[in-house]
Write a protein that binds this ligand. Structure first.
Ligand code: G6P
Length: 641
């Protein structure tokens, strides 16, 4: 994770670097630092903790440098202390480096460098890089360098020594007109301005200045000067690359009157679900337009327009989904839909587990990577491994890889041949909300697409589901309007609570997991999500009057069962909160507190039932006075293993 920024041009670099870091703070906030070149020297300022600590320090130090690099850290190697904060420099303090990623062979490199007299001042893996660059620079005898400038060549030689996933930005006091960047398995974007150039881990840091951007690919490095950008591969060959223009709505990165980004993003959910449905459901489609040829066989217009190639579905035997965190929860809902609507056996695996214990490869498997950021290291590595495995086995499956992501321009798009974009707009709160509900929409559309093409559902049922899906945005608005005040009040009662249990069954079991995850992520209250029917096999032992139980009980196959499970909890004095259908008398008898949602088919209910749980987590955390958008120890984009 970590965020890196860089600037070279004619403006004051410090201001641009700090503004950029502010936009990247979601990637980590254990420490921050910047380095600039001013009057022939590197000036580095670093501070432990959040960006405001660095800002305070900078108030006392002014320079008008026009080149610099910056970093906001999520600690991997070494404690979150100032001496471990980036930028790191070489022994003489002439080269400064920021890095996002992990240098896996840093120990070995560090030992070798130390033997050759380099002095280290941090515990980080990154610090080997400035030392390596400084050493290569010293050993280069300039006309013999293969690249046009010594600094570029020294960085090229250094990155060829590194193993792992990294994105770096490098400056050197002896080459004050050059900013060198390199990428290997971690995101890095270059922004093109007029006589000024930018680099960053993500677009929000760059878009206030320019929409012309270039995504560096793995194994590439670039030299940024006030005159332009040159891109090379790690072998030293010059590459022809051109920037593209970003579509960007600046309002997305403002709070727009909300106290936190998370609350704003919860409120954006009806809108983004609407957009996603409009994107993927054919507005002209009507059951009549799909010709019924003979019993159950149909031809003609598909209601779903995901653009998935036919070859992905041919003789499809299994779907395998790889994901982490909240995306893993969305994938569990996806599994339910793909199995129940399209009849395809589906397995969902944590990408981090799958990497080291992959299940045997079954021919004709479609693999789906789900990642809102498109940058989660484990998910990318698992997908990469899966692709490699298929190639090694020479199966016909090489191209059957699909990505579900909110960031079309991210790394996953380079890994898989087809992407379903979730159109949620940028999400700033570290706890995922609107990106989760749009991932669910992607799965509804995928399951319907498959059901339509494989003819596993009658047309009438597909029509019914589509009609209900289209009603969801206004029903989501009703939940927000009717629930928020009450949940805000209710949150008062739970600010001192230490443990919560969330239960659900069937398609709402993953929502219980998601509700528990939201609460623990932002309020630091211990919470467990459990399948309601399993409660008596363990968690029930935890229950007493101090442990509230939140149950999701929506009419359908398991409604009565969940109510019974809730009763079992009540018999142990647990305080019961129910996410239930509106005006449900039975539920009113069982639960102490009701968080009602409009009555919908159980199959579609997760998009509604998750909202009260997000609001509950939000208001408990806000009431506890916590940093809702940037909870401790977490980062939004986990680009390290
Ligand atoms: C981090 C974030 C979570 C997210 C998970 C997976 O842990 O804090 O909100 O669910 O990464 O991220 P992805 O971008 O792959 O969906």
């Amino acid at each position: 994770m970590c965020g890196i920024v860089g600037y070279i041009g004619t403006q004051a670099a410090t201001d641009i670097l700090m503004a950029g870091l502010e936009k990247l703070e979601y990637r980590g906030y254990d420490s921050a630092g910047i380095a600039t070149i001013w009057e022939g020297d590197i000036h580095s300022v670093r501070a432990k903790g959040k960006l405001y600590n660095l800002r305070e320090k900078l108030e006392q130090i002014a320079n008008a440098a026009q080149i610099g690099i910056g970093h906001t850290r999520w600690a991997t190697h070494g404690k979150p202390e100032e001496y471990n904060a980036h930028p790191h420099t070489d022994t003489r303090g002439r080269v400064a480096v920021v890095q996002n990623g992990i240098i896996e062979n840093y120990r070995e490199l560090r030992e070798q460098l130390q033997k050759r007299g380099h002095e280290f001042s941090s515990d980080t893996d990154t610090e080997v890089i400035p030392h390596l660059v400084a050493e290569f620079l010293q050993n280069l005898s300039t006309p013999h360098t293969s690249l046009p400038t010594p600094l570029l060549e020294a960085v090229r030689q250094a990155v060829n020594q590194l193993k792992g996933a990294f994105a770096i930005a490098v400056i050197c006091a002896d080459y004050p007109d050059e900013l060198i960047v390199a990428r290997q398995q971690a995101p890095l974007i270059i922004g093109f301005g007029q006589g000024e150039f930018f680099c960053a881990s993500d677009t929000p840091a760059i878009v206030p200045y320019t929409r012309a951007v270039l995504n560096l690919e793995n194994g590439e490095l670039a030299k940024l000067t006030p005159l332009g950008v040159e891109v090379y591969n790690f072998g030293g060959d010059r590459l022809k690359k051109f920037p593209r223009t970003l579509n960007w709505n600046p309002m997305q990165v403002e709070k727009q009157g909300f106290r936190h980004f998370m609350l704003k993003e919860i409120y954006e959910q009806p809108g983004v679900v609407r957009t996603c449905l409009e994107t993927y459901i054919n507005s002209d489609w009507h059951p009549d337009s799909s010709q019924v040829v003979e019993d159950g066989v149909r031809d003609g217009a598909n209601p779903i327009k995901l653009g998935i190639p036919d070859a992905f579905y041919d003789s499809l035997a299994q779907i395998q989904i790889l994901a982490c965190g909240t995306s893993w929860h969305a994938s569990l809902v996806g599994k339910y839909l793909l199995e129940q609507l399209a009849g395809i056996p589906t397995i969902v695996q944590y990408a981090s587990e799958f990497r080291y214990a992959p299940s045997p490869l079954i021919p004709n498997t479609l693999t789906i990577g789900v990642t809102q950021s498109g940058e989660t290291a484990d998910t990318l590595a698992a997908l990469d491994m899966e692709q490699q495995r298929r190639m090694d086995l020479g199966t016909d499956n090489q191209a059957r890889l699909l990505g579900i992501t909110n960031r079309r321009e991210s790394s996953i798009a380079h890994l898989v041949p087809h992407i379903i974009e979730t159109h949620a707009g940028i999400e700033i709160g570290v706890a995922a909300t609107k990106t989760f509900v749009t991932q669910l929409v992607a799965f509804y559309c995928l399951a319907l697409d498959l059901a339509y093409r494989k003819k596993t559902l009658p047309l009438s049922q597909i029509t019914e589901i589509i009609t209900e899906l289209r009603q969801l945005p206004s029903q989501m608005e009703i939940v927000l309007e009717s629930q928020e005040r009450y949940i805000e009040e209710l949150a008062h009662d739970f600010t001192e609570t230490q443990d919560f249990i969330f239960i659900g069954r069937g398609i709402n079991f993953p929502i219980a997991l998601e509700g528990a995850l939201k609460l623990k992520e932002i309020s630091y209250i211990h919470a467990e999500g459990y399948p309601a029917g399993e409660m008596k096999h363990g968690p029930i032992a935890l229950l007493d009057a101090k442990v509230p139980v939140v149950a999701i009980a929506m009419p359908g196959m398991v409604y009565e069962k969940v109510l019974s499970n809730a009763q079992e909890a009540k018999a142990r004095d647990a305080r019961l909160i129910g996410v239930t259908p509106r005006n449900d008398r039975e539920a009113a008898h069982v639960f102490d507190h009701l968080l009602p949602v409009p009555v919908v088919d159980e199959l579609l209910s997760p998009i509604l039932t998750v909202i009260p749980l997000q609001l509950l987590a939000y208001h408990i955390a806000a009431r506890r006075g916590l940093d809702v958008d940037q909870p401790r120890n977490l980062a939004k984009s986990v680009t390290v293993e």
